[in-house]
Every structure is written in structure tokens, then in C-alpha cells.
Design a protein around this ligand. Structure first.
Ligand code: GLV
Ligand code: MN
Ligand code: MN
Length: 428
């Protein structure tokens, strides 16, 4: 196959796939839960060690490394025209409790390997190439997903909210950041916002987290859009009391209110009539949490998503109505109903899609256009840069659990497509 002149040195892209696998295995040992699970939460000791590991690899790849106030990490390879807007790639290395070792990590360590591949081939970019390790793509600690990329995209409301936010242990965001070596003399998080035109393109490599590519035997997914996520926090307050002594007609059970709302979430999601609407209650906490005490307080967190924003908003509204109705029928109080985020979907850029498609074709890999049902930092990078995503197959579509797995061959294909796509975009 022919690669035209500027790419002639790229006809053989040599990926050190075993080296990449070894790095993924090593990074997975920075975990607060036993293998094969991974738990790596924002600004914990394990997160700090993992960040150090990645910064070291960036340095070994010859990148100049810089960090911002919240710990987004940037590794830069200046091109022949360093004043031009850079082409960026990257993902996250934080891991939700008891998850796997590939989510996000493939897009960070794979990006470093893609740079190594380009360097080995003798390629010289025109635009700078930059790898970004995003802070806290997962919402685990402070309840908000894509924290780093959301700030980079210029979210004033997040910058304001974070200066007051605390985690479940009542540690403030800024104290947590300081304990990890960030946010030293700063409490204004708007310093993180990217200047307009910083990047000419952003591409993220990620495992699919769904079953389609593996089932269809296709090597590469080219993402055209990312579904719209929303998350809600709800608190009910009832009276509580003795589990034996308070008779059923006299109860205002906050736990049952939460259980009823959880079932209402499922019902409203199914009422949309579309397979693309989903809803999950992943957190349900009862107070005081004793078998012989009627729950006096219940806290639930709800995640709902759709590729259609209006339909998703409709579900959020119905959940709110149900919460209010439950307070009436059960005699409990709705002490909190807050929408933590309600984000629009994002579309990939035509130009980035074309570069990914051309790269895939030149590498003789099979591909298919697909949407991302998971959210990614790319959802927010799309607000400040043309965006695209490369998906690789993963075992049975498993993700957010320890059984998550991607083969060396599939990762190697993904790294090649990423390298060639970055190369093309860097010459544009
Ligand atoms: C990202 O981890 C997501 O929940 O989609
Ligand atoms: Mn994830
Ligand atoms: Mn991810």
C-alpha cells in the first residue's frame, strides 16, 4: 500500500507491545484493592505514585513535562514549528473502586508508546504533539466526572464549586490537591482553563467498554459521538425508629423512599422506548445503617445517559417528579435533589474522523464507525478542540470491573492507528 511522501518513513510502525503490556501491569500495582482489581482514587498515595510512574515514562520518551494546578499532566514534543497549535492525545489513569487496569490507562501509556513509535521511525512532526494525563476522569472522590478536562474546557461553574467541595471524609478539594503536591499557592482554579486555540486536534485512544468490536471481529472503532451523561444526588429524610416497636402504618421510612425512587429511575428510562436510554443507581446509603433501625435518612446517586439529550433531560425531569411524589405518599422530606452534571453529547470532528479512517486503511485494519456510550475526557476536549476517539476491542465488553481485558494485539493496533493519526494531524 502507498503512503504518500511525508509519511514514507511511517510505512513500518514498530510497537513495543510487550513493553506496553508490562507497563500496564506495573501501573496496576499502584492500587488500593487486591489484584486483579484496581482502585486508584484521585490524590491518594497510589494516585501520586502512578502519576510519578507516568511522568518518568514521558521523560524517557523525551517529552517535556508540565503540570497544572489540579494535576493535569502534559508531555510535549515540540514540532518543527513549535509556535503552531499542538495536536493532543491522552486519557486518565484514575480507576473506580474494584475496576480493571485498561480503562483510561491504554490511552495514556499507549499514547507514550505512540510517540516512541513515531520517534523510532524517524518522523518529525510539524505541529507539536502533546500527551495529556487528565485528572480525575472518574467521579469517585468529589462526585464529578471529567474533573480535569471539564476545567481545561473552561467550566466556571466547576471552578467555583470545587473551591468549596469536600469528599466523604470532609477533606476539601484544595486540601486533597495540596496533599498530592498540587494547588500550592492557588485557590483560583480558572488558571487551569485552556487558552482558545491551544490545540488543533485532540484524539483519545480507549478500550470500547462495550461488546461490539469483539463480537464483530473488528479491530478499530472510530467514534463519531459521545452520549450525554447526567448525574443526580438525592437525600430523603424520614423519622427512623425501632424496627420492632414502630408499627407499619406509623413509619416514614427514608430507605423505602430511596428504593422506590431507584425503581422509578428504571421505569422512566424504559418509558423512553429507546435502547439508548440508560439509568443506574450505583450508590444507595442508609442511615444509621443498622438492621434493627428504620432508616431515618437515605442518600442515592443516579447516573442516566442517552445519545439524545432531550430524551435524557426528560428522564431527569421525571425522576424529579417521582421524588416529589414519593415524599407525599411516604411522608418523608426531600432534603436534597441536585443535578451534579447534565452534559450535552459531543460530536467528533469530520477532519479527525477522516485522519483516523485514513490511518486505519493505510494500516490494513478493519474499522467501524460507532458511538461511545461511556463518557470520556474527549467529551470536554470537544468544547475547545476538534475531537476524535479510537476504540479497541475488549473482552466481552467488560469494564469497570476486574475482568476488564484488552489483548496485546488489539492494543498494538490501537497504538499504530493513534501514531499514524497524530502524524497526519501534526502535518496539517
Ligand atoms: C466513565 O468512566 C463513564 O462512567 O462513562
Ligand atoms: Mn471509567
Ligand atoms: Mn475511561
Amino acid at each position: 500500500y502507498a503512503i504518500h511522501e511525508p509519511h514514507s518513513s511511517l510505512s513500518s510502525l514498530l510497537v513495543d507491545a510487550q513493553g506496553l503490556q508490562n507497563q500496564i501491569d506495573e501501573l496496576s500495582t499502584f492500587s488500593d484493592s487486591p489484584a486483579p482489581s484496581v482502585t486508584r482514587v484521585l490524590y491518594t498515595d497510589k494516585d501520586v505514585l502512578a502519576r510519578r510512574y507516568v511522568k518518568n515514562l514521558m521523560g524517557l520518551a523525551g517529552l517535556s513535562v508540565r503540570e497544572d494546578t489540579v494535576g493535569n499532566i502534559f508531555g510535549r514534543w515540540d514540532g518543527n514549528e513549535p509556535e503552531l497549535a499542538a495536536v493532543a492525545t491522552g486519557s486518565h489513569i484514575d480507576a473506580i473502586p474494584y475496576s480493571g487496569k485498561y480503562d483510561g490507562v491504554v490511552g495514556v501509556l499507549g499514547a507514550i508508546e505512540a510517540i516512541n513509535v513515531l520517534k523510532r521511525s524517524g518522523f518529525k512532526p510539524k505541529r507539536p504533539l502533546e500527551i495529556i494525563l487528565f485528572t480525575s476522569e472518574e467521579p469517585t472522590r468529589f462526585g464529578i466526572g471529567c474533573l480535569g478536562s471539564r476545567l481545561l474546557s473552561g467550566s466556571e461553574s466547576l471552578a467555583n464549586a470545587l473551591s468549596k467541595a469536600t469528599d466523604s471524609q470532609n477533606i476539601s478539594f484544595l486540601d486533597a490537591a495540596r496533599s498530592a503536591g498540587y494547588a500550592k499557592d492557588v485557590d483560583d482554579l480558572s488558571s487551569v482553563f485552556l487558552k482558545k486555540g491551544t490545540y488543533s486536534a485532540f484524539v483519545e485512544l480507549h478500550i470500547e467498554q462495550g461488546p461490539i468490536l469483539e463480537a464483530e471481529g473488528i479491530s478499530i472503532g472510530i467514534v463519531t459521538a459521545i452520549a450525554a451523561p447526567a448525574s443526580l444526588k438525592v437525600d430523603f429524610e424520614g423519622n427512623g425508629g425501632h424496627a420492632g416497636a414502630v408499627l407499619m402504618p406509623n413509619r416514614n421510612d427514608a430507605g423505602l423512599a430511596a428504593a422506590e425512587l431507584a425503581l422509578a429511575v428504571e421505569k422512566h428510562v424504559l418509558e423512553s422506548g429507546s435502547i439508548d436510554t440508560v439509568g443506574t443507581v450505583g450508590i444507595l446509603e442508609l442511615h444509621p445503617g443498622a438492621i434493627n433501625s428504620i432508616p431515618s435518612k437515605a442518600h442515592i446517586e443516579i447516573d442516566t445517559r442517552d445519545i439524545d439529550e432531550e430524551r435524557r433531560n426528560n428522564v431527569v425531569e421525571k425522576i424529579h417528579q417521582s421524588a416529589i411524589r414519593i415524599t407525599e405518599t411516604r411522608g418523608v422530606k426531600l432534603s436534597e435533589f441536585s443535578i451534579i452534571n447534565q452534559d450535552p453529547p459531543a460530536l467528533s470532528s469530520e477532519a479527525v474522523i477522516k485522519a483516523m479512517e485514513t490511518a486505519t486503511r493505510e494500516l490494513n485494519l478493519t474499522s467501524k464507525l460507532m458511538i461511545s456510550r461511556a463518557y470520556h475526557d474527549s467529551l470536554f476536549m470537544a468544547r475547545v478542540s476538534p475531537m476524535g476517539m479510537i476504540f479497541i476491542p475488549c473482552y466481552k465488553g467488560y469494564s469497570h470491573k476486574p475482568e476488564e481485558f484488552a489483548s496485546i494485539q488489539d492494543m498494538s493496533n490501537g497504538v499504530k492507528v493513534l501514531a499514524l493519526t497524530l502524524a497526519k494531524l501534526s502535518l496539517e
